[in-house]
Design a binder for this molecule. Sequence first.
Ligand code: HEM
Length: 465
Amino acid sequence: MVAAVAPHAGEAPRTRLYPPTVEPPPVPLPFAKFLVQFVRNPLLTIARPVYHDDMLVRETGRRLVIYITDPKLVEEVLLKGAENFHKTPIEKRIFKNTLGDGILTSQGPSWRWQRRTAAPLFRVSDLNALVPQMTAEAEAQAARWRTARPGKIQSIDLDMTETTFRVISTTMFGGKADGDAREVLHASDRALASVSWDIAAAIVDLPEWVWYPGRNLRRSAGRKLRELTERMLQRRRETGLDGTDLMSRLANAKDPETGKPMSESQLVDNLLTFLGAGHETTAKALTWSLYLLARAPEWQDRIVEEINRVCGDAPIGAEHLDDLEVTRAVFKEAMRLYPPAPIMNRILSEDMTLGGKEMKAGTFIVIPIYAIHRHHKLWTDPDLFDPTRFFKENEAKQARAQFMPFGFGPRTCIGMSFAMMEGVALLGTFVRRARFGWDGQHLPEPLSRITLRPAGGMPLHVHPR
Ligand code: HEM
């Protein structure tokens, strides 16, 4: 829905944009219906009260499931009680054949040393040096658009996936990972397309040998991804793994308890984790950002004005990022409305009290980031696109876990600063180099497939400037 708002004197007309969302069921769905809707789009199973209340308790007959949206309770689960809330067996099962026992899926001491090994690469002071490479990849994408007819419809979702994949390859993998880019992207797209079936199968504890739609396709895509990653690693071994890039660091790390290096398969688990987590989420954040900008073009003008003022003719560099407040606010507002990782889960490992309720070990906790970001107690007019929410003076009023696209607590996204730098540098570069236009029709449903995809892709008109 879009409505024009009368401008004040001297102000450009503003658009009140309510971009596409899902229609939540009025009450929690019975289990059979829940499963059907879950396979279609997991967001369709989050009942309306979750968008209004602090917590919702649901008995499925098999287990107790609790949806938590109150920022204080989210903090209790992800920060204070992090030791008691573990990654779920469902996640373990669906990622077993791809991400195995890497940093995203492991727990306890195994997770801790992997996180410590990778952490130094994500220090903001070191990441600054990567911004020119990020901007250069965005300029290269803008140049590809320039070779097409002005105004041609482009598949923005594919372009964003390719660009962010190039960024992670050149910045974190010593520039050596992009040879197989197309194959990796194709296989990871296949691996995620039918993931809801896998999750549904795990929810009902379906034995792993039982067939269900997409099962074989996903397994073969997973095998392909591992093969490609092993090949990348092999090539790097031949040329030497003694650099300071991520691949070298992981290959040379030793477990402080056992003194052993990562096994070959754990190394592949991690490379695949960083490759996947490091591009797919940022690609989705940029895709939705450009959609919102195409629907509210005055924000494109504000970004262009800001970049001209802050950067002049220079490419966007690390020294400019702090001053690109409008660009950053648009990127954050896009991640509020369309969080790239829309749902997080944990399982309780010991009995405890949460929010005044006794909970047994085995209780399943859902942290529906999508619903937290559109919660009626936390946001004014939650479905309205309004980047001013993230201008400094307004952002300071928000609770800590009210905006949490990167998760929260010790397992917060390790790539958060990397992703924010990349998001602002790429978005700013795209908008200064091209104008994005909506076709007047496409209202993509936000579709949760681990990451948040636009159903039907993201066709937008691109007019190079
Ligand atoms: C807009 C971009 C991104 C978003 C929205 C995002 C979101 C998230 C979220 C929500 C988690 C927490 C999952 C949980 O606790 O269950 C996470 C973890 C993680 N992310 Fe990101 N991420 C982004 C970009 C990146 C990038 C660029 C990298 C790497 C270069 C990365 C690597 C990881 C890793 C390795 C973890 C696991 C951390 C751990 O468990 O210790 N992410 N991310």
